[in-house]
Design a protein around this ligand. Sequence first.
Ligand SMILES: [Zn+2]
Length: 324
Amino acid sequence: MDVFKLRPGDDVEFELTEDTYFEKTNRQSPYENRSLSERGTIYFATCPECENLIEIRNLVKSGAVNHKSPKEPFGQHYLHGHSATRELARGGVVNRETYEDCSYSGDVKLGRKTSRKNGKVNDQMLLMLIEHAWVIKRAIHPCIGVNMGEKLFEKIIEQFVVGGGYRYRAANTRNLPYAAAFMAENQSLMGQFIRKDDDAFVSAITGSSWFTVTDGRITRKANEKDNVPEKDKVPGDADIRFFFSRFKKANEGSGEPNSMLLTVKAYRGKEAVGTIYTASRTFNNRDFSDDIVRFGASETAERSRWSGVVRKIVALHRPDLATM
Ligand SMILES: [Zn+2]
């Protein structure tokens, strides 16, 4: 993980960098421990989600000395409870239940539908969904290559909330927009405004047999009036739909980002007839929180509009949260 907090019960979490870690811990015990391992100093902190002990690796960048590219520091759960660490994270005892449930533990893939038991985090996910609806919407746009209209956005949020995606361990407060897009399953792109910056996607659509871009929107190609053989006509039930697969979690050691595969296919009714476009979409664990800071205070009208859309959906599912 690339975040940490000092002690269980703390509300504040910090981005994990060498500077922040040393500044917040003042290089004092029990955060720095020299007696527990033959490896030398172990740097400790607390997992922001499950509140178990974490060990900070790659904190001091030795890579810079031997000319290898320096790796980013990362936190991993420290599963050897010890009395020396009792001042941190639940008295030095590992809470297995919250650990198993933690989105930062192990290899939690977005495709895996294991529910999280931590109700506090689940509620926080829904509250973030309401509060940051506009930021989430605009983070999804480059992933799917279109600027979504209200209906498509509603469908994605509905699927995520009513379908329970926000409760899966794989979805967390860091990857919320991307998790929602991934769990949207299979949605139509017909009539959506295409993003002009995605040239490859635009040419894949205009080069397809049935679809094109008209006034910025994805539409069916018009059938020429006469002499088009029946088999070459664009069918009335032609649809263009997207889904995500192959989620790959970021490697915090190497700095490799998260990635998932976008697939856009042509359909007749519900039957897929051919692939139009595929592209790997990448994101870093910090992208969403950076966006919240960057856009958090701007565009108040847009922000309240999209928060309202999400609030309505959440209200049907969790009325107690939607009024907060
Ligand atoms: Zn944890």
